[in-house]
Ligand binder design. Structure first.
Ligand code: ADP
Length: 153
């Protein structure tokens, strides 16, 4: 099963949306295998958003991600990276489709509620960046047969 990283950004924590959004992922059928709160350091944000380091809004993004602690979540499921990315929606909440997290809860490009890994390779790096191996869990879901056909798992 694939694993992916979701960060509930300060826009979710401050607005009290963590439980509501996390429950969407649970109801979809994704399994929580890691969950914790963290105040993100400059160092880890420089790594996490290295692809945006040259942008004029880089300082703003970092400040925005440090405005409150965040909730870090590792979700597991078949093709979990794509499933979660589809549920996340486009970066800009104003154009993200209704029904996605950003489409339903955000009117902003920066304050867009969640981060989710954008590829299988990135997910591996990101999960390892934010979770130690002893913070991630492997456990059997008792109702797997009601989430997947036997040839899907
Ligand atoms: P995504 O989070 O959809 O994968 P990116 O990796 O391109 O998008 O950007 C990371 C985060 O940086 C975005 O989620 C958003 O919070 C912020 N961001 C991206 N582009 C802008 C922008 N033009 N202005 C302000 N913030 C931005």
């Amino acid at each position: 099963m694939e694993r992916t990283l979701v960060i509930f950004k300060p826009s979710a924590v401050a607005r009290g949306l963590v439980g509501e959004v996390l429950s969407r992922f649970e109801r979809k059928g994704l399994q929580i295998v890691g969950l914790k709160m963290s105040q993100l350091s400059d160092e880890i944000l420089n790594e996490h958003y290295a692809h945006l380091a040259g942008k004029p809004f880089f300082g703003e993004i970092k400040a925005s991600m440090q405005a409150t602690p965040v909730i870090l979540c590792c979700l597991q499921g078949k093709e979990a990276v794509q499933v979660v990315r589809n549920m996340t929606g486009a970066t800009n909440g104003r154009v993200a489709e209704a029904g996605t997290v950003r489409g339903d809860y955000s009117v902003s490009t920066q304050e867009n509620i969640v981060h989710s890994s954008d590829s299988v390779e990135t997910a591996k790096v990101e999960v390892a960046r934010f979770f130690r191996s002893d913070e991630l869990f492997e456990y059997k879901h008792p109702f797997t047969q009601f989430f997947y056909a036997s040839d899907e798992i």
